[in-house]
Design a protein around this ligand. Structure first.
Ligand code: NIG
Ligand code: FE
Length: 427
């Protein structure tokens, strides 16, 4: 008999999102639907997925086990948000109002607003205050069904404040059930004090900040904003080489506005993901499709910036790229951390199928953090990260726009959200 210390009973529908990852082409549409599913876990890992009869035959439930009655509910793996700028301070609603009056994101940046204004606010507050902001945001994410997230620095832009951001992330993660993957993004923008001498900022990143973040074990990935007016393709290459030499996995903000060749570069250097891709060329799409670099699409960005251009999701899927969906949660271009909303935009804006969007937000998103052996699907051996929604069938996840039907969240085999409420609020 298989022993279990956590049991989810009688899920009306379970989307396991199981199978080989990354899911490409037609496989992206396969969600592994099991009706009337029973799931069991032990020590935080799934040990059984199947029918009631199979469960009764093969699983022995230990005393004191966590039990969740999922009768009438729909289960999905916890969402994985592979692109998230979690540790920021301040908000930019004033800038948002200016955008509504016609200012572009680039014009705001040129006038000293944009990323640089969040840098000023983030530098101003202390590590603990920042950790408290992160905790509150992690609680919100759990309540909407996210159980794993990335957290990028990139609003410090000097040694002390980048380290402060990553320490705040580490502190918050240690006190929260969410799996948090830290990414160092000191190359998010050129800070004001280096405006006239960008070379010196590159030197600082390469010779001081990258080694310090590595030595303190503060991040798993390195990310850079490869964009006209921020970091050129050549500058990105230099930074990526330094980051790789220091042992970081690489992510690239590529082709958000102007195609500089960031997608091709990401594929060439074996980056874990290339993110945005709104302006990617056919050559960029082909390069990604022929690689293991995930095409991480962030549909709330063009929606939030009210742009007509969207990432070419259909073309990427057809070409065979490994497509993921993520929030890009940040105060300037995507003020949402809700993956349900991103899945809805994947369908409404990018014309993905519901099944494709779900896999892109779970199994393939896990691959975009190289956590595919841990999270992203409900399969034996993986972490017991399962979200139960109060909907009649899984298409309601998209069809029933703007609701939050999350009823229970199981993270690592513990019921961290019950009846839509946090079992233990962080603050
Ligand atoms: O991914 N593109 C660069 N960085 C963010 C925006 C950050 C901000 O506006 O504060 C993004 O869209
Ligand atoms: Fe981003």
């Amino acid at each position: 008999m298989i022993k279990a210390d956590c049991v989810v009973a009688a899920c009306r529908e379970l989307l396991t999102c199981g199978g080989p990852v990354p899911k490409r082409g037609p496989a992206l549409g396969e969600v592994g639907l099991v009706e009337n599913a029973w799931v069991a876990a032990r020590g935080g890992r799934v040990v059984f997925v199947g029918t009631e009869a199979g469960f009764k035959r093969s699983v022995e439930v230990e005393d004191g086990a966590v039990r969740v009655d999922a009768g009438g509910l729909v289960g999905l793996p916890g969402f994985v948000d592979s692109h998230n700028h979690l540790p920021f301070a301040g908000t930019r609603e004033r800038e948002f109002s200016l955008r509504l009056r016609g200012w572009t994101y680039q014009r705001l940046a040129a006038e000293g607003m944009g990323i640089r204004s969040t840098v000023r606010e983030t530098r101003r507050i202390g590590r603990q205050e920042l950790a408290a902001l992160c905790l509150r945001r992690l609680d919100e994410m759990l309540l909407t069904g996210t159980t794993t997230t990335e957290a990028k620095s990139g609003y410090g832009l000097n040694l002390d404040d980048e380290v402060k951001q990553l320490e705040a992330v580490r502190e918050a993660a240690a006190r929260h059930p969410m799996t948090v993957v830290p990414t160092f993004m000191g190359a998010h923008e050129v800070p004001d004090e280096f405006r006239e001498r960008k070379e010196d900022y590159l030197d600082l990143l390469v010779h001081t900040v990258i080694p310090a973040v590595r030595d303190q074990g503060l991040a798993r990935f390195f990310d850079v904003f490869c964009e006209e007016g921020v970091f050129s393709l050549e500058e990105t290459e230099r930074l990526v080489a330094a980051a790789r030499a220091a042992g970081f996995g690489v992510k690239i903000h590529a082709d958000e506005f102007i195609p500089l060749g960031g997608a091709e570069l990401a594929a060439r250097v074996g980056a874990v993901s290339a993110d945005h891709l709104i302006a990617s060329t056919e050559a960029g799409i082909r390069a990604l499709a022929a690689s293991d670099t995930v095409a991480a699409l962030l549909p709330n960005v063009p929606f939030f910036l009210m742009q007509d251009k969207k990432p070419p999701a259909r073309r990427l899927i057809e070409a065979g790229a490994a497509v993921a969906l993520a929030t890009d949660f940040n105060p300037g271009s995507s003020m949402t951390s809700n993956m349900q909303f991103v899945v809805q935009l994947g369908v409404f804006l990018l014309r993905m199928g519901i099944e494709e969007a779900v896999n892109a937000a779970t199994a393939n998103a896990a691959f975009a953090l190289r956590l595919q052996d841990e999270v992203g699907s409900v399969e034996p051996g993986k972490r017991m990260d399962l979200v139960l929604y109060d909907i009649p069938s899984y298409p309601f996840l998209v069809y029933r726009l703007g609701a939050n039907p999350v009823r229970h969240v199981i993270k690592n085999g513990a019921a961290v959200v019950r009846d839509g409420r946090l079992a233990r609020p962080s603050l």
